[in-house]
Ligand binder design. Structure first.
Ligand code: NAG
Ligand code: NAG
Ligand code: NAG
Ligand code: NAG
Ligand code: NAG
Ligand code: NAG
Ligand code: NAG
Ligand code: NAG
Length: 405
């Protein structure tokens, strides 16, 4: 039986530096980047991305600021995770992000680093909503645990609320909040009635497992996390720019597509797996995956790399596929896979293929039904009296360490 790759998760990050004036407005790129719980009215320039982070003053009225415990303030976690805002009062507390373009697609990402800020040594479990739509249950395990939750949704109004809901299992808090506009043509699986909740966005083949690729390499500031397994996979790569085809609907960044993996056993397959993240409010999540491919080697004319993808022994795509040389391409699903407790993926070479299979990156999402994503604009105070539970196993941290068994 071939080994399966499993994910083990730690925490990580980036950041630092300059000084900027705060503003509750998107920047010129339409980005909003918030350091929740940052004291004062002055932001700073993040030294890894050159994006300006602002305090959450003006985005929410409620809550109190805290610093994480000093023993968790290591260079491994980013500056914005040194502080957070917690919401001891009220069942539901929201951030309101304004000056958006109604009808546009947005990526909304929230970061949570507990760091024993309250001295209770007990990370809370709470729910995260985009407007009235349940995104996920945030369940941080371990004092140094971290969660990173992301949704891609159509925002029907010129504002959107991100809400933390107390489910009676600890005080909700948040460390950081990002909003990034996406062109309407991107992520065709996202519609007015369906959003995507990120489970994981992995880059195969980087050399360092702390090397997260995001802005400016990815103009949309998606975070591509390394998935490394030197026991089973060999890395192949190119230094040549990988291009996007015209009207590309995913726009994978070149730096992600420049690295790929092939099986160490050249006659074997690429295999990896994930378990469904089942939650009380989403007990049978429906997953969608985008499989990204680029041929990074110039092949002789008599060579052929041709592959297909199996999920739990069923074909994901019914035709043989050959990656394009130095162009980003992908196999993606419009509808969720059949629902399983675990997802075993195998990428096999066809019998005609003279080369082993490759893959460059993968995104896995669970689908998220959406209605009126923004919520009632009169409800600026966010004091709803209901509580819910749950969402999807996200890739709940920034640094992923891979173990093989
Ligand atoms: C950030 O901006 C500085 C000054 O313009 C530049 O030297 C640096 O390369 C930039 N960093 C990134 C990651 O773009
Ligand atoms: C957090 O630490 C910073 C820097 O030491 C300090 O300025 C700020 O007042 C602290 N915040 C809280 C809520 O204690
Ligand atoms: C949170 O995660 C831990 C560890 O995986 C698990 O034991 C616990 O049951 C989870 N909490 C909830 C409310 O699901
Ligand atoms: C390589 O993979 C092939 C096909 O799965 C298998 O028959 C063979 O035993 C593998 N070799 C090693 C060294 O694992
Ligand atoms: C996935 O693979 C594991 C280990 O190879 C196996 O035990 C399990 O039954 C497989 N699951 C499915 C749904 O095929
Ligand atoms: C693959 O499936 C599509 C849609 O069901 C069908 O139109 C196409 O003919 C199939 N291709 C092959 C090679 O079976
Ligand atoms: C693809 O590879 C997997 C894992 O080695 C194997 O179980 C499966 O039978 C292969 N699929 C086909 C159609 O050969
Ligand atoms: C392999 O190549 C032969 C000859 O070109 C072709 O008839 C056959 O359909 C190919 N098989 C696959 C799986 O593509």
């Amino acid at each position: 039986m071939a080994a399966r790759s499993w994910l083990f998760i730690l925490c990580l990050a980036v950041a630092d530096a300059g000084v900027l004036q705060t503003s509750a407005q998107p920047d010129l790129k339409g980005f909003i980047s918030i350091d929740c719980g940052l004291e004062g009215k002055t932001g700073y320039l993040d030294d890894k991305t050159n994006l300006s982070y602002v305090p959450d003053d003006g985005f929410t009225d409620a809550g109190t600021n805290h610093n994480i415990s000093v023993e968790f303030m290591t260079p491994l976690i980013s500056r914005r995770n040194y502080n957070l805002r917690s919401f001891p009062d009220g069942e539901r507390n929201c951030y309101t992000l304004r000056s958006l373009t109604a009808g546009l697609k947005y990526l909304i990402r929230a970061a949570f680093v507990y760091g024993n800020y309250d001295g209770l040594k007990k990370p809370p479990v709470f729910d995260l909503y985009i407007g009235v739509n349940f995104l996920t249950m945030v369940n941080i395990t371990g004092l140094d645990g971290a969660a990173l939750e992301e949704a891609i949704v159509v925002v029907p109004d010129d504002f959107v609320q991100v809400c933390l809901v107390n489910t009676g299992t600890g005080t909700p808090f948040i460390s950081g909040l990002d909003l990034r506009p996406l062109k309407s043509t991107l992520y065709p699986q996202v519609t007015e009635t369906q959003g995507l909740s990120l489970f994981g966005r992995w880059n195969f083949g980087p050399t360092s497992n702390t090397e997260i690729i995001r802005y400016p390499d990815d103009p949309h500031d998606r975070e591509w996390v390394p998935w490394i397994n030197p026991f089973d996979w060999t890395v192949i790569s190119t230094t040549t720019m990988v291009q996007n085809i015209e009207n590309d609907i995913f726009e994978a960044p070149s730096r992600v597509m420049q690295t790929a993996i092939t099986p160490r056993n050249a006659s074997g397959n690429i295999e990896f797996a994930w378990d469904a993240y089942t939650q009380p409010k989403d007990p049978t999540p429906g997953y969608i995956a985008n499989f990204y491919f680029t041929e990074v080697q110039l092949l002789p004319s008599n060579a052929l790399r041709q592959l297909y993808i199996n999920l739990n022994g069923r074909l994901v795509y019914n035709e043989s596929y050959t990656p394009l040389y130095l162009y980003a391409d992908l196999i993606y699903e419009k509808k969720p896979f059949l629902r399983y407790p675990e997802y075993n993926i195998s990428i096999n070479a066809t019998s005609n293929s003279t080369l082993p299979p490759i893959i460059n990156a993968i995104e896995v999402f669970s689908v998220m039904p959406t209605i009126n994503v923004a919520t009632d604009s009169e409800d600026g105070t966010c004091t709803y009296m209901y509580s819910f539970s749950d969402g999807s196993l996200n890739f709940r941290a920034n640094l992923i360490i891979i173990d093989t068994r």
